[in-house]
Ligand binder design. Structure first.
Ligand code: ACM
Ligand code: ZN
Length: 480
């Protein structure tokens, strides 16, 4: 029995010895990323309809060759369930070198993942060189300390680095989707150019984690133009179909009191600050569209007036949001699923064991409407690449299996996982967690440590601010 990960659509076993011929045949009837791999007495034949299919057929052949002394006669027929199969790495909270990223991209390619979502900016660091605004990297890419540890964290990617990563990914049929998070998670930009916020005060690149109240001012034209300029340069660096605009966790406390934001709200007859975020995001979406790009936003940034052409990435979950997800997907909105309880790989294995990731059920009524799935690796508490790998693997293997082949059998997955883990670690020196389903006690300890780690002296203040933001937002909503 062959063990292939992600699981192919069908494997039919034959008899005899595989011959010496090697042919590739174009078959336009096959799906774009699909392939047929035939090993028989004549030899090896790969049938494909695009270079992507050819690439995935070769990846499967490689896995077969690694587990058999002599190639078996077999026909593998294959195509992915979802066109969007992603992995996000947060390079803002901690910086990872191009070589470190390439190692993970190699693993992604073997898993037949095809979207590398590159989280490049956040409160704690701006990691992409923007020629028009040099202070973004001069100031914004340097964090002097993290939660009082006195250790500097810095680094950014030059245009050359980006070209290198984009080309490396393109050779593996992976699209690189850059994320410039706005209007929230924007402290590193404000630290570089204080006039971008509502109050214009000088801030430091943030040395703490969590949600930040100082966000980009949606009322000032100079902020809107700055964001458009940045996106213009980003669009020229990345040949991707999509650019991610973030949009998550943007408290409106400053907007309520800002004369520029109030003026914008009135000028455009917007009902509330959530709609103001929608207006701001739509400006960016229109700008990206003029540059030939589609936008993605996180679901908590998706307001009622959000442009229907933007894709939405669902990370937040609640029964109301799940209903909204179903409604949006049925309406034809492109939706990407990253439910945090299941697909956030920075969570300890005790909180999100491998089985939980594997067992995530895509709401059945939209199983065939979603664009795809994405695993995310936030790096607040992941400061080196070994930790990154131990958190990502093998949970990313489960996500890739689901994104390629849909619902599967966990016991069957575990067998394939063992074989794949050996294959991948022989090929690329990555670290894979060997006990991704910890015992009950270890699991509880993991969860406790995780929450203790999150708590710091800012926690209560931030919680108070967020409660106030929610209170004001709901009052304003009631007044409508
Ligand atoms: C997110 O986790 N703030 C998208
Ligand atoms: Zn403002």
């Amino acid at each position: 029995m062959l063990n292939i990960l992600p699981k192919p659509k069908s494997i039919v076993y034959g008899y005899g010895t595989v011959g010496d011929e090697y042919v590739v045949t174009l078959d336009k009837e096959l799906p774009e990323e699909g392939y047929r791999l035939i090993l028989n007495e004549k030899g090896i034949e790969i049938q494909y309809s695009s270079d992507k299919g050819k690439f995935y057929a070769a990846a499967t052949l490689d896995q077969i060759a690694a587990q058999c002394e002599t190639l078996p006669c077999v026909t593998v027929e294959d195509a992915p369930k979802y066109p969007y199969r992603g992995f996000m790495i947060d390079c803002a909270r901690h910086f990872f070198t191009v070589e470190e990223l390439k190692k993970q991209i190699n693993v992604m390619a073997e898993l037949k993942l095809n979207k590398f979502h590159w989280h490049l900016t956040d409160d704690q660091g701006w990691r992409i060189e923007i020629k028009k605004y040099p202070l973004l990297t001069e100031i914004g890419s340097v964090r002097l300390s993290t939660r009082g540890d006195g250790r500097e964290v810095k680094g950014f990617y030059t245009a050359e680095d980006i070209k290198d990563v984009v080309e490396f990914c393109a050779e593996r049929f992976i699209e690189v989707i850059p994320e410039i998070d706005m209007p929230g998670h924007f402290t590193s930009a404000i630290a570089s150019y204080p006039e971008l916020s509502c109050h214009g005060r000088q801030l430091k690149v943030s040395e703490r984690f969590g949600i930040h109240r100082d966000i980009a001012c949606a009322g000032k034209d100079e902020t809107v133009n700055f964001c458009k300029d940045v996106l213009g340069e980003v669009a020229s660096l990345f040949p991707s179909e999509y650019v991610h605009l973030g949009g998550d966790e943007a408290p409106k406390l400053n907007w309520y009191e800002c004369e520029h934001c109030r003026k914008r709200l009135e000028e455009h007859s917007l009902a509330d600050e959530k709609e103001l975020q929608g207006w701001f995001t739509n400006e960016m979406i229109a700008h990206l569209a003029s540059l030939g790009k589609k936008a993605v936003v996180w679901n908590d940034g998706a307001s009622v007036n959000l442009d229907k052409n933007a894709a939405v990435q669902y990370w937040k979950q609640s029964s109301a949001l799940d209903k909204e997800l179903v409604k949006e997907a049925k309406k034809g909105r492109e939706v990407i699923l990253s439910p945090f309880f299941y697909f956030y790989f920075d969570y300890p294995h005790g909180m999100t064991p491998l089985k939980k990731t594997f067992d995530y059920k895509i709401p059945s009524e939209i199983e065939n409407n979603v664009k795809g799935l994405e695993g995310t690796l936030w790096t607040e508490y992941v400061s080196d690449v070994r930790k990154l790998e131990l958190m990502a693997y093998p949970r990313l293997f489960a996500l890739a299996d689901k994104a390629w082949s849909g619902e599967g059998d966990y016991t069957d997955f575990l067998v394939r996982l063992d074989v794949f883990a050996e294959f991948i670690t022989d090929k690329f020196p990555v670290a894979v967690t060997v006990k991704p389903n910890p015992s009950f006690l270890k699991g509880k300890k993991d969860v406790l440590m995780f929450f203790l780690n999150i708590l710091d002296r800012n926690t209560l203040r931030v919680a108070r601010e967020l409660r106030k933001d929610k209170r004001i937002a709901s009052k304003r909503k009631r007044k409508r």
